[in-house]
Design a protein around this ligand. Structure first.
Ligand SMILES: NC(=O)c1ccc[n+]([C@@H]2O[C@H](COP(=O)([O-])OP(=O)(O)OC[C@H]3O[C@@H](n4cnc5c(N)ncnc54)[C@H](O)[C@@H]3O)[C@@H](O)[C@H]2O)c1
Length: 298
């Protein structure tokens, strides 16, 4: 297939090069946008988000809100929640505690125009964007034989296409602004195996896909100084897992799962996100960090 055979344009709409000279010129321009991945000589090696503007999708509650709290506690200049729902009471209380450094932009991550609008608004308001946490997601627990196509489309639209779009839209903005941005995707421990507490094969598939693309995007975008990683939580205490502790055999299950016999607090994941979003992680890209208290030892 020739390089112009798909639609004859590049990702930013420019005409694709056809002749040898045009290709050389395009390669030269791509290299001239490359950014050194080395830290600045004056970098002080603290793990901090000082000066950073971070977007987190689905941060009005649950894991996203927990990540936001830990980012703010580690000096993030501003954290934006890009969420579909109106802010929760918990969200408003946290925003108040951090003097408005936590803000909300109504966003539907299944719609590219909505993500683009949110990213543009952040840059307009705060002058930059340094981090994108593609976190919004949903699950559906039922046996594989009962899933229909519409249910799977819904899961993949949010958990996979939504994440992919957040990554690419943020990356284009980082490149435009010449910022060494960091992207962290929320995957899941069930991205590499079954959830023994409740069957959810398509959900596991979306999370495996997220882990996979994070590695490839990390490879493709390192020349722009952009890092991409994923984090795979185990059981975390949120609306998504309300059912887990209500199971009559929960204590027995925990005994067999091994590890820490409890669910994680959303904030207990935050330190890993802060690290990956910080400049201290300048050589950390294309990895997945599993955080599951050794529960369900794999
Ligand atoms: N809770 C767990 O045990 C667990 C474990 C592993 C991975 N995860 C993953 O962590 C992420 C967060 O899960 P959670 O437990 O906090 O869930 P949650 O349901 O508590 O929160 C999800 C948030 O995403 C928002 N959202 C939903 N659709 C959206 C859309 N189209 N656009 C923007 N925002 C949207 C919701 O409004 C909500 O605020 C998900 O990707 C989930 O798959 C959760």
């Amino acid at each position: 297939m020739s390089p112009t055979s798909t639609n004859g344009t590049t990702a930013n709409g420019a005409q694709k090069p056809t002749t040898g000279n045009e290709m050389l010129e395009a390669a030269h321009q791509a290299r001239s946008k490359a950014i050194s991945t080395l830290p600045d000589e004056t970098f002080d090696w603290r793990i901090t988000l000082e000066g950073k503007v971070i977007a987190i999708t689905g941060a009005n509650r649950g894991i996203g809100l927990g990540i936001a709290e830990v980012c703010l506690a580690n000096s993030a200049t501003k954290v934006y929640s890009l969420d579909l729902l109106e802010p929760t009471e918990e969200f408003n209380a946290l925003s108040k505690r951090f003097n408005g450094r936590l803000a909300y932009i109504q966003t539907d991550v299944t719609q590219d125009a909505s993500i683009q609008n949110a990213v543009d608004k952040i840059v307009e308001e705060s002058g930059a964007i340094h981090g994108m946490v593609a976190n919004a997601g949903m699950t559906k627990h039922q046996p594989a034989l009962e899933f229909d196509r519409a249910q799977m489309d819904k899961l993949f639209n949010l958990n996979f296409f939504g994440v992919f779009s957040c990554c690419t839209i943020a990356a284009k903005k980082f490149i435009e602004l010449g910022i060494k941005g960091s992207i962290v995707c929320t995957a899941s421990k069930v991205g590499d195996g079954p959830n023994r507490a409740a069957p959810s094969a398509p959900y596991g598939g979306t999370k495996a896909a997220v882990r996979n693309i994070a590695k490839t995007l990390a490879m493709e975008w390192s020349k722009y100084g952009i890092r991409v990683n994923s984090i795979s939580p185990g059981f975390v205490k949120t609306a998504m897992t309300y059912y887990v502790e209500t199971a009559p055999d929960w204590d027995l299950k925990m005994q067999y799962y091994g590890g820490m016999p409890r669910l994680a607090l959303p904030q207990e994941l935050g330190g890993a996100y802060v690290y990956l979003l910080s400049d201290t992680a300048s050589y950390t890209s294309g990895i997945d960090i599993p955080i599951s208290g050794v529960v369900g030892a794999w």
